[in-house]
Write a new protein. Structure first.
Length: 354
């Protein structure tokens, strides 16, 4: 008699139907609620559609969901359940500005709407600001390429194009605080030009000038033809000039220039004529300030002739800081030593100190 077989647990338990699979959309249905899980956005060709054998245990829950097997690990991106069009992934850039961008945009908009009221400042404060802007420019203006490059590089004269009021303020301040050289001394084509810087300036700029400079010494053996006082300089427009600075670089009357000068007293007379013409054209000059290099003596023919012209026009004489005449009271330090030696030791022994 055949033994009776004990019924297995699998036979007593009713087999659950396997989930249905759609060939076009390989998704697995949930047996409990009947809802489906949306498939991945990965193309269907990359998904392994082979179904594994049913090896589920007997206590398989209805809530368990089988997912399709993938040939390679891939990120499964589900479709958005809500009706919003905003992408679920943060990798997509947002088309909406953030709070920080809103703050920056608001700040820029407010700054454009409310510019700084510069013209509301007191005139004294605006003048100090102009002086700080003009600091890179040399104190003496001349036809010098270096000066031109500084002005163009720093763009200090761009203030002239802001408004009419700032144009008048800056132009007057610029030319009233800078010394304008009458004749150019930079070697090259500007040295022999017939139109110095003073002749190139408009008349309303020349009327703002307060200080002129005459530099003597360059071209002492053959002065340029453009070094002549004529109406082309526009000196009659320099109505606010009060100070004339004269800087002597050399004195050809010195013995060291013997054999090289054009003639005895030639350049000294040429310089006296220049100074005479300037003082006649610019009547408003009140002070003439002399300065020189250390080789120039106050007792030389050059300085003596210039002093005679200034004394003839009854102008106040001043001394610049370079030569040191202001410290010594207008006399050469060597002359003072010689005078002290004469008073102490007499004329004969005083020559030993010179």
């Amino acid at each position: 008699m055949a033994p009776k077989t004990k019924p297995s647990a699998s036979s007593s338990t009713k087999a659950m139907p396997s989930p249905k699979r759609d060939k076009k959309n390989p998704t697995v249905s949930a047996s409990a609620s009947g809802s489906t899980i949306p498939s991945s956005s990965t193309p269907s060709s990359s998904i392994n559609t082979a179904v594994a054998p049913d090896t589920r245990p007997s206590n398989w829950s209805a809530k368990a969901i089988s997912l399709p097997l993938l040939s390679k690990p891939r990120a499964i991106v589900g479709a958005s359940i809500s009706g919003s069009t905003t992408p679920a992934s943060s990798a997509y850039p947002s088309a909406y500005p953030s709070d920080a961008e809103d703050i920056i945009a608001t700040t820029r908009k407010s700054s454009k709407q409310s510019p700084f009221p510069f013209l509301s400042l007191p005139s004294e404060l605006r003048t100090k600001i102009y002086d700080l802007i003009f600091l890179p420019v040399p104190s003496v203006l001349d036809l010098d390429p270096t000066t031109f490059s500084i002005i163009h590089r720093t763009k200090v004269l761009s203030l002239l194009f802001v408004s009419r009021q700032i144009y008048h303020e800056t132009s007057h301040r610029f030319f009233s605080t800078h010394t304008v050289r009458i004749f150019p001394i930079h070697p090259g084509r500007y040295f022999k030009t017939k139109k110095p810087l003073l002749a190139r300036l408009p008349s309303h700029y020349r009327s703002s000038i307060s200080t002129l400079e005459l530099r003597l010494g360059p071209g002492w053996n053959n002065p340029p033809r453009g070094w002549i006082v004529s109406p082309i300089l526009g000196l009659e427009n320099c109505i606010n000039v009060k100070v004339l600075k004269i800087f002597v670089e050399c004195d050809p009357s010195d013995a060291i220039f013997q054999g090289f000068r054009a003639g005895d007293g030639f350049y000294e007379g040429f310089c006296r004529d220049l100074l005479e013409g300037i003082l006649q054209e610019v009547r408003g000059i009140e002070k003439v300030e002399f300065d020189a290099w250390s080789s120039v003596k106050r007792s030389g023919d050059m300085m003596v002739g210039l002093r005679e012209v200034v004394d003839g026009h009854k102008k106040v004489v001043g001394w610049g800081p370079e030569r040191g005449w202001a410290v010594s009271g207008g006399t050469d330090p060597g002359d003072r030593i010689w005078l002290d030696a004469v008073l102490v030791h007499g004329m004969g022994r005083a020559r030993a100190y010179m």
